[in-house]
Design a protein around this ligand. Structure first.
Ligand code: B12
Ligand code: SF4
Length: 530
């Protein structure tokens, strides 16, 4: 079989690429390619729309040139929905016998919509074992009903769901990701220099928490699984051999309570085996704040950037978000990371249904406070009800959504009615982002004597990059902000509501927690705050 996997880009592209020149390898697709190769004698190609700055016709042409039997698109990001549909449509028109597949966080929760729009099969949640089976079933013209964990269109046109596939218990059984299918030089991290390249690696899957806005828990279940340290070291040495200078650990939470001891061992083993690289990881503030010795060891092993999901500067809001942390822990976490020479990127959310102007300003001021404690960079996102989450179901039931055009669900535009005016939320998002850096610059905190040496060197490199991008930032403020405000104002006026039938379909597809086998567990997850 000939299989093409595609990473689509969304209309606004990746915010990280625009701001930091950060584009990591498409790990999900490399993993799936590894899976397919393990499943049999199949040929695989990866097309990365983002890395190659491709438009839809070029993606279609390039796909067809390979003459594939199966084409799979990764729909993590909700905002990549429409682009993916256009790609599938173009491919199907030219080659109707191709089997089109969709997978990833978004596709999992809107399978009917995908199947009505030029996709033949949607793979729910974890795709590895499903993909290994699927490729052979398609090759043998066998019955799709035999494959667990998919939604597909039957020959008579009806939509069928097969029983859920249990999660893989042993992640060490995963084949190695097929890094040979991509060109390292395309995966860059320009903020630190032109030759910096970024690989991705997952050491675990899932998250034991259940923040109300996040689609990770519904996608992977409320469970957390990890690879053994031996397997992690094997993958790391392969990545090092390939010459990547940065490794982005894609784990939702890189250190969770049950694996603290294992992580300490891992960091020691990385040091002993000379496998240190520049590491980037996503962390919880509570675990970081409470385990400074682990952070020190992580930094010694190579942790250079930590993304902290701080979310809010208001404790009451954090409670409502079901974050399970408090602001004092965020302060401590930033300090611990900073003191250990780690660059700190903080993520904050504005525009939750219960956010008021006062609370949002409190969050912005909290970002300043964290900046004074050592936070280096900020990302203000707009609270977005993503398919699969309970806030999406709630917003649908309460008819709060302005639009179901997925292009707008890029976490940068307000898409629902809340207590605050969406235009204000959007303005504050820009205001928060830009004043954070302006303030830093004016106060001269960017490069200062108290910054640990490990971090200072990277910050100096970043400074040069940002200086070169001043034009881009001015354009963002002068062009993107007014354009965004106009777009939002139009959306608010339209306020298109889906038909009752569509509404019910979205609610029931979104309420499927892929790996929560019992009805009772599912109901418990969705009844929080109902
Ligand atoms: C790495 C990462 C990025 C990277 C690279 C993204 C990429 N497309 O490869 C960067 C930094 C560029 C990025 C950008 C963005 N991201 Co991001 N990102 C992640 C992250 C942390 C890890 C993804 C990953 O590599 N996982 C490991 C691999 C092995 O798993 P996987 O990719 O999920 O694949 C498995 C299954 O999902 C499934 N599968 C996936 N695709 C397919 C396709 C087929 C055909 C099949 C059969 C199966 C299948 O099988 C795979 C193997 O089991 C996830 C969170 C997470 N932990 O998943 C967020 C996440 C995917 N990102 C998210 C968001 C919002 C964004 C941005 C919109 C942010 C922004 N405003 O800029 C952009 C969108 C960019 C884009 N065009 O896609 C959200 C998506 C939520 C949503 N429904 O929209 C997530 C879930 C984070 C979150 N908790 O909210 N992201
Ligand atoms: S936001 Fe982070 S901690 Fe919360 S559920 Fe998602 S991945 Fe887990």
């Amino acid at each position: 079989m000939k299989v093409v996997f595609i990473r689509p880009s969304n209309p606004t592209g990746s915010g990280y690429l625009r701001s930091f020149g950060f584009l990591p390898v498409p790990l999900g697709l490399l993993q799936l390619a590894g899976d397919v190769k393990e499943a049999g004698d199949h040929e695989v190609k990866i097309i990365d729309m983002e890395a190659d700055q491709m438009n839809v016709p070029r993606v279609i042409n390039e796909t067809l040139r390979f003459n594939p039997d199966i084409v799979g698109l990764a729909l993590h990001a909700t905002a990549a929905h429409n682009v993916s549909v256009s790609i599938a449509k173009g491919i199907k028109e030219m080659k109707p016998d191709v089997v089109t597949l969709a997978g990833g966080h978004h596709a999992t929760f809107v399978p009917e919509e995908m199947l009505r729009n030029h996709f033949d099969v949607v793979v729910m949640g974890e795709g590895d074992e499903t993909m290994m089976e699927l490729v052979n079933i398609v090759e043998n013209h066998d019955d799709l009903a035999k494959v667990k964990g998919i939604v597909y269109r039957d020959k008579d046109g009806t939509i069928k769901r097969t029983p859920p596939r249990p999660l893989m218990r042993d992640l060490d059984k995963l084949p190695m990701p097929a890094f040979d299918l991509v060109n390292r030089e395309k995966y860059t991290f320009d903020v630190f220099g032109k030759n910096e390249t970024v690989a991705c690696m997952e050491t675990s899957r899932g998250c034991p928490y259940a923040c109300e806005f996040c689609s990770v828990t519904p996608t992977w279940g409320n469970s957390w699984r990890n690879k053994s340290n031996e397997r992690i070291l094997k993958e790391l040495s392969e990545i090092k051999r390939l010459g990547y200078s940065w490794v982005f650990f894609t784990d939702d939470i890189f250190i969770v309570q049950p694996n603290i001891k294992d992580r300490m061992t891992l960091f020691n083993q990385i040091i002993e085996n000379g496998l240190s690289a520049n590491f980037i990881a996503q962390m919880r503030v509570d675990i970081t704040a409470r385990n400074p010795e682990v952070i020190k060891k992580a930094s010694d092993a190579g942790l250079r950037i930590a993304f902290l999901g701080v979310e809010s500067g208001d404790d009451e809001t954090l409670k409502k978000l079901h974050k399970g942390t408090v602001t004092s822990l965020a302060e401590k976490a930033v300090k611990v990371l900073h003191e250990n020479g780690v660059i700190v990127l903080i993520g904050l959310i504005l525009g939750a249904p219960y956010d008021t102007f006062k609370k949002m300003m409190k969050t912005i001021r909290f970002a300043y406070r964290l900046s004074d404690l050592g936070a280096d960079s900020v990302q203000f996102s707009i609270y977005t009800p993503l398919p699969g989450t309970r806030v999406f179901v709630k917003a649908l039931k309460e008819k709060r959504l302005f639009t179901l055009n997925w292009d707008y669900y890029d976490v940068l535009l307000p898409v629902m009615k809340t207590k605050s005016n969406p235009l204000l939320v959007q303005f504050l998002q820009y205001y928060g982002n830009y004043t954070f850096y302006l303030r830093k610059w004016i106060r001269g905190k960017f490069v200062r004597s108290k910054v640990p040496e490990r971090k200072l060197e990277l910050l100096r490199r970043a400074e040069r990059y940002f200086a070169g991008k001043l034009g881009h930032y001015v354009k963002e403020i002068v062009v993107s902000l007014p354009a965004g405000l106009i777009k939002t104002a139009r959306l608010m006026r339209q306020g298109t509501l889906p038909s009752e039938e569509k509404l019910q379909e979205l609610i029931s597809s979104s309420k499927v927690i892929v790996y929560s086998e019992t009805e009772e567990k599912r109901n418990r997850y969705f009844s929080i705050d109902d």
